[in-house]
Write a protein that binds this ligand. Structure first.
Ligand code: SF4
Ligand code: SF4
Length: 176
C-alpha cells in the first residue's frame, strides 16, 4: 500500500517537476522560442533549443519560378492536387523563351506545400522550394503570385541562398 502511494507521488509530482526544472534550466542556456517577427530563425541556426541546424534540408517553404528556364510544359499544374498552381499567359514577357508564354501562377492561400509541382518539373533549376517560411499577408488576395512575382522571389531566394538542399539535390540528379 505504502509502495503504491510512493509510486503515485513519484509519477504525479516528482517526475513532472523534474522535467519542468530540466526544461527551465535548459531554456536559460538555449531558448526554446524567439520573438518573431523581431527575431527570425535563419538557415543553419543552432542557438534555439530543438533546432539541430538540419531542419532546412527538407523544408517546404515558398516556391519560386525561374521564368527564363520554364518551357511551358504544364507538368506542375497537372501535378497540383489542389489546383492552386495554374498555367497563365504572361504578356510583355522578355524573359520567356516559349512561344505560348504560358507559365505557372500559384495561389499560396490554397497551396499545401506538398512539393508535387516541384518534383514534376522536368527542367533543371526552374521550379524550386525554398526555406522562406514567413508567408504572411493581411489580405488573401496578396498570396496570389503571378509567374512574374514567382520570378522575383526566385531572384531573391538565389541572392540569399534560400533554396533547400532537397531542391538542390533534385537539380543535381537531373544534371546526371
Ligand atoms: S506545393 Fe502542392 S499544392 Fe502547392 S502549388 Fe505545388 S503541387 Fe500545388
Ligand atoms: S515550371 Fe516546370 S513544370 Fe511548370 S510549366 Fe515550367 S517547365 Fe513545366
Amino acid at each position: 500500500m505504502k509502495d503504491t502511494r510512493s509510486k503515485k507521488v513519484y509519477s504525479v509530482v516528482i517526475e513532472p517537476m523534474t522535467t519542468t526544472m530540466k526544461q527551465f534550466f535548459r531554456s536559460l542556456i538555449r531558448p526554446s522560442t524567439l520573438l518573431y517577427p523581431f527575431e527570425k530563425l535563419e538557415s543553419g541556426d543552432k542557438k534555439y533549443f530543438g533546432v539541430n541546424g538540419d531542419i532546412w534540408s527538407r523544408y517546404r517553404g515558398w516556391i519560386t519560378l525561374n521564368l527564363p528556364a520554364c518551357i511551358s510544359c504544364g507538368a506542375c499544374a497537372r501535378a497540383c492536387p489542389n489546383k492552386c498552381c495554374v498555367m497563365e499567359k504572361v504578356v510583355d514577357d522578355p524573359d520567356s523563351i516559349t512561344k505560348t508564354h504560358m507559365h505557372p501562377r500559384i495561389d499560396f492561400a490554397r497551396c499545401l506545400f506538398c512539393e508535387l509541382c516541384v518534383q514534376a518539373c522536368p527542367v533543371t533549376d526552374c521550379l524550386n522550394m525554398t526555406s522562406i517560411y514567413d508567408i504572411t499577408e493581411y489580405d488573401r488576395k496578396d498570396l496570389f503570385y503571378t509567374p512574374k512575382d514567382l520570378y522575383v522571389m526566385y531572384k531573391k531566394a538565389k541572392m540569399e541562398k534560400k533554396f533547400t538542399t532537397m531542391s538542390q539535390g533534385k537539380v543535381a540528379s537531373k544534371k546526371e
